[in-house]
Design a protein around this ligand. Sequence first.
Ligand code: ADP
Ligand code: MG
Length: 702
Amino acid sequence: MNPQVFNTPVDYLKGVGTARAEVLKKELGIFTYQDLLRHFPYKYIDRTRFYKIRDMDPELPHVQVIARLMRKEILGEKHTKRLIIQAQDDTGAMELAWFQGIKWAEKSLVIGKAYIIFGKPGMFNGKAQMAHPEMEPYSAEALKRMGNLTLQPGYNSTEKLRSFSLDSKGLQKLVAILLDQHVRDIPENLPLYILQKFKLMGRADAYRQIHFPQDATMLHEAQRRLKFEELFLIQMRLLKSKLLRTQKFKGNVFGTVGELFTTFYNELIPFPLTNAQKRVLKEIRIDTQRGVQMNRLLQGDVGSGKTVVALMCMLLAIDNGFQACIMAPTEILANQHYLSIKGLVGDDFVQVGLLTGSTKKKDRKVLHENLENGKLKILIGTHALIEDAVQYQNLGFVVIDEQHRFGVEQRSKLWRKAAVPPHVLVMTATPIPRTLAMTLYGDLDVSVIDELPAGRKPIETIHYYESQRLQMFGFIRREIALGRQVYVVYPLIQESEKLDLKNLMDGFEVISHEFPLPQYKVSVVHGKMPAADKDIEMQRFLKGETQIMVATTVIEVGVNVPNASVMIIENAERFGLSQLHQLRGRVGRGAEQSYCLLMSGQKLSREGRIRLDTMVRTNNGFEISEIDLQLRGPGNIEGTQQSGVLDLKLADLATDQELLLQARKCVEDIFARDPQLALPEHQVLHQASTTKSGGLTWDKIS
Ligand code: ADP
Ligand code: MG
């Protein structure tokens, strides 16, 4: 047993050598034995059956034939240069063609010899042809090897690698050599009892089976084992860093529920809390009593009532002698938070301040003073409130709204605002699937408000085709006659900003033309407008001076106009699901029935149709985010792009949710029972997390 073996440079493997090692590094990032072992097949091909040349049909997938090479010639010059080899079996003849790697193929393939030829049948000038087939000299032994493999691994390769004979076949040979020599050196890195509990294949077996599966069942088991391991190791890392953080940072203790909280709850709050809101408050209550710094992500759909939860947490902090702040990504949002908090607590209950980029110098000075002397209890603002000049007397609780815009850097800046880092609550209205949250924010605790306040009428969503535009106009008229307001939103795609702006302006023209009467006033807002103009237009709409707001997606984030009852989304098929859902969340904020009209062209892609159907079917942001994940894969979900965490080789967060939940639970249990990983059965993990080589670090993941 020698796990170090796997850090051996790939140069040392029999059949590699310096030149090939160089291209393996350059082209595939394969530096060591373990890198090679972790270059997993991307497909498996059934090679149990042999075809005859007579049966070559371009409709067939990759097939194999046994044929003799009869004649070869090099045709054309430079760019048209190609090697053509005639091959023949007892049923007919076909052409094998090489457009690249000609020199190598010409040299190594022997006329008169029989080969096992594997490739995709094609047709050229009425003749059966195969381009760049894999060639294996025919022998009884080779045939037996093929026959024993029901599923042949297919490996990604490149032109460059192929010129070094490292096509899929060549890579397969290297992996075979490596496994033959060292499969027994592959150390198990999961505790035995976990293998037993989840009926997981041993690690060495799994590596062999994933490269050279005995049959489909074994392949599946090998994949399951290695996926589990991948997810398990990520969770180990995340939960370990959480553990370390909680050990390192003390947290403020909010020991008492005091005057402000109680009074607010008993006298001021204008509605009963939903069960979900109560649950989240309880979670935070528990967190803030433990003497450990809280880092919690609060997810909840637009309108689910996150603000009041945040407010009550802040009151709790103040009751315990601390200050609190809310940081919002834009001034508009900071303003809105300020107004809604003021709306909830009134003027005299607790001192609340607003600090943004446009706060006057004079006011700023007063704010700073009152923050430092502790009079000001709640500060709401933009980035401005983490500027160095802003000093708190005793900051104990921080709310961050919309986490996507705040990096870790900014968060840590906040931590340094007090001797003991404040508790942090990150709120987001972009629900992400549980599995993603667990992987992306695995070191945060996650709370979810999955329930809307009672009495809220679900937004009704209708999909209209272009041909039904008149119905849409009718809709607008009817709602405006009822005193309501309407959004019309156009997509904005970076690459064609000009075209988008034109679409928007055309739309504005059409609307203005369609609604010429004085009772219809139309606002327009887009990203190219000066901020001041944008603000004026927004304000006009907010005050009800205009009835229709034609806009690009700049209105997406956070704008609250309760009287707006219709959201019309033009070219809805061009929006992603999460964006559609965010836009829809702009309406349905008052007591009246609200609508979302999705306008699309007649022709829709399959995905486009699924997106629109999903929107029509459900208002549930979590359900929508799950479907988004299925459609687009984890890498494309908003906010995940820069996260190395999602660099999974085998597991798929969309389809392997069950496995992830199992792995997560497993790791939680381990740390709960044995945080030092000191038990004998955890030895294998302990080593892994403390030493640089061997054990877990055998893998790059750890
Ligand atoms: P979010 O920030 O989650 O989008 P808000 O906190 O802005 O949602 O709440 C949306 C609206 O619902 C606000 O007007 C708020 O006062 C109201 N609200 C919040 N909680 C409740 C509740 N439990 N019952 C009734 N209305 C509520
Ligand atoms: Mg909000």
